[in-house]
Design a protein around this ligand. Structure first.
Ligand SMILES: NC(=O)c1ccc[n+]([C@@H]2O[C@H](COP(=O)([O-])OP(=O)(O)OC[C@H]3O[C@@H](n4cnc5c(N)ncnc54)[C@H](OP(=O)(O)O)[C@@H]3O)[C@@H](O)[C@H]2O)c1
Length: 256
């Protein structure tokens, strides 16, 4: 009898930003379900290599590719390397991103360069990777963007640019869902609430206090990486083939 948990066997996935946080968890979850996995990263070579070792220990093929998506010219070489290594690409998880938060738009000292970098990495870099991948993605493939719950509900101030990048990705995802449907490629956006990663720790000083944040959630806790990565795996899998162009918010009911 076939192992139904291995529903991604034979598939090749690329998870951008797979060296840490949700990207690393997603790479492991996709591998648990049988996929061969490439991860990209910008700086954390040691962490990326450690993820690759954990993936290989699960019996799948895995590589890590250094590819800073702030540099748009890095997109094509990234996809080339995945194709050269695995011969195909079925699943693209656009996870890599940065969060720069805390300053209000009417703050005269607003750090324009800093905030512009967020648009460059989160939006232009993600779009460059998607454009490079789309012509070479297998028919029946999957593109999953990692957005944010803030992409549906802006629940506190100081996050306008970060939120804007995530809304931009959601609109872009719907646009390309319309364009790729004829190849049975689905495109969806998963929008997690706060997760226990470096990013959340890094911006915690810019957010309301922990109790105030938890009070906003009917399910009064933050997401686990397992919940979010398993949902990404579901969207990447065969049973999600008719879910297309959707934004799925996973934030315990935040904003309902
Ligand atoms: N954490 C949260 O609470 C939360 C909530 C909602 C949505 N999200 C979204 O979830 C995704 C993952 O976030 P996370 O919390 O796991 O973040 P994280 O812990 O900060 O990890 C970010 C990952 O992205 C990579 N990365 C950053 N800049 C990059 C660049 N220029 N080019 C290529 N890779 C780059 C990092 O690589 P290096 O290790 O090499 O730096 C790392 O692998 C992001 O899109 C984020 O916006 C996070």
């Amino acid at each position: 009898m076939s192992d139904t948990s291995k529903f991604l066997q034979g598939k090749v996935a690329l998870v951008t930003g797979g060296s840490r946080g949700l990207g690393a968890a997603t790479a492991e979850t996709l591998a648990n379900h049988g996929a061969d996995v490439a991860i990209s990263y910008a700086a954390s070579a040691d962490k990326a290599n450690a993820v690759v070792e954990r993936l290989k220990a699960k019996g799948v093929r895995a590589i890590a590719v250094k590819s800073d998506q702030a540099d748009l010219s890095s997109a094509r070489p990234l996809i080339d390397e995945v194709l050269a290594e695995f011969g195909r690409l079925d699943i693209l998880v656009n996870n890599a991103g940065i969060a720069i938060q805390g300053q209000m738009v009417d703050d005269p000292s607003l750090d324009w360069d800093h905030y512009n970098r967020q648009w460059q990495v989160n939006v232009l870099g993600t779009i460059a990777n998607t454009r490079a991948a789309a012509p070479r993605l297998s028919d029946g493939g999957r593109i999953i963007f990692v957005g944010s719950a803030l992409g549906s509900h802006v629940v506190f101030p100081g996050v306008a640019d970060y939120t804007g990048t995530k809304w931009a990705l959601a609109g872009y995802a719907k646009g390309i869902a319309r364009e790729l449907g004829s190849r049975d490629i689905t495109v969806n956006v998963i929008q997690p609430g706060i997760m226990p990663t470096d990013m959340a720790a890094d911006v915690s000083g810019e957010l309301p206090n922990r109790d105030a944040i938890l009070d906003m959630h009917p399910i009064r806790r933050i997401a686990t990486l397992e919940e979010v990565s398993e949902t990404i795996a579901f969207l990447a899998g065969p049973h999600a083939g008719y879910i297309n162009g959707q934004q799925l918010t996973m934030a315990g009911g935040l904003g309902i």
